[in-house]
Design a protein around this ligand. Structure first.
Ligand code: P6P
Length: 341
């Protein structure tokens, strides 16, 4: 009889842990807690239309974005689930202005976790796919004392884990700990995330571009030239590309990870430094895409090499298939040659 192994996410975490002989199991517990929070959030996102957690609060977050009830609900779920067994000493969330310093019982924690609890929230009421993005680091401040801002203001290449949960037609948990990218699909009938996409790799070159062309007039000339280039007809280079933009980063990213292509959120008139946040949106997705064979830059340098200065700092983002990101960078370098400084 041919046995079909069923790999639950918990089994996968443990299998990954076995690759590290000195692992204490604490990092695995963080991943387990993230998957637990994902199960809770997916349960309530699925029924959000039926209970009063859709709608707008009177509050807004540090970025001035009006907070949707589901945003804050998801934030509270991740904070409460992660603030357990003292493994994590600090959290940072898009929905909370400052570092979430946990109480003294967590001062022995050796890790910090940052997250965007519900990205794409402007789509919640329209039932469009939304997602959670997370990033895990080792703390920099002394274990046993209170966490410090330097625990979270670390360059992205220091991440030890990253990933996202997409609440779409099905719920998927996609993560990397530096040993490839692995995707799990939630089976609500048994309450388990089951391995469905082992060792995910993005195509070397795609034929999809994702950008909000409503901002065209404020794009820099290089981005305008690159997008126009993608729209030209040329069979050999598979142009024109297809334009796909959901306006929900996790959903746009996930599709392009699977199918190939490039997602761009450049500087615009409204957001000169780009709209997306470095710490809990761009860094984790940059780690995932690089582990899947792709690339992520801010138009000048590798996203993971940027040293953050502020908890909620923004950055332009070019992310996706390596050949597509390289081609976009070629347009930027070409433009710079002709720009008199
Ligand atoms: P725009 C959602 O608010 C978000 O942060 C990302 O999920 C999404 O990709 C982007 O903003 C959409 O921004 O300006 O195109 O509406």
């Amino acid at each position: 009889m041919k046995f079909q192994s069923i790999i639950t996410i918990d089994r996968h975490f443990i299998d990954q842990e076995k690759k590290f002989p000195y692992a204490t199991g604490e990092f695995t517990k963080i991943l387990y807690n993230l998957s637990l929070a994902a199960k809770i959030v997916t349960r309530d996102v699925r029924k959000a239309g039926l209970v009063d957690i859709i709608g707008i609060t009177s509050d807004s977050n540090s970025s001035g974005e009006v907070q949707k009830k589901l945003d804050m609900y998801a934030n509270d779920v991740f904070v409460n689930v992660m603030n357990h067994d003292g493994i994590v000493c600090a959290l940072a969330s898009e929905e909370v202005d400052s570092l979430i310093e946990l109480d003294e019982s967590a001062w022995g924690g050796r890790y910090v976790v940052m997250f965007d609890p519900l990205d794409g929230s402007s789509n919640i009421d329209a039932n469009v796919s939304i997602g959670t993005i997370f990033s895990i680091y080792k703390r920099q401040s002394p274990v046993g004392g209170p966490s410090q801002l330097r625990d979270v203001l670390q360059p992205g290449y220091k991440q030890i884990g990253a990933g996202y949960i997409i609440y779409g037609s099905s719920t998927m948990f996609v993560y990397t700990t530096g040993n490839g990218v692995h995707g799990f699909t939630y089976d609500p009938s048994c309450g388990e995330f089951l391995l469905s996409h082992p060792n995910m790799k993005t195509p070397k070159k795609g034929a999809i571009y994702s950008i909000n062309e409503g901002n065209w007039n404020s794009f820099d000339p290089a981005t305008q030239k690159y997008i126009s280039f993608l729209k030209e007809s040329d069979k050999e280079s598979n142009r024109p590309y297809t334009s796909r933009y959901i306006g929900s980063l996790v959903a746009d990213f996930h599709r392009n990870l699977l199918y190939g292509g490039i997602y761009i959120y450049p500087g615009t008139a409204k957001s000169p430094d780009g709209k997306l946040r470095l710490l809990y949106e761009c860094n984790p997705l940059a780690m995932v895409i690089e582990q899947a064979g792709g690339k992520a830059t801010n138009g000048q340098k590798r996203i993971l090499d940027i040293t953050p200065k502020d908890l909620h700092e923004r950055t332009p983002l070019f992310i996706g298939s390596p050949d597509d990101v390289d081609q976009a960078m070629d347009f930027i370098r070409e433009q710079e040659k002709h720009t008199v400084t």
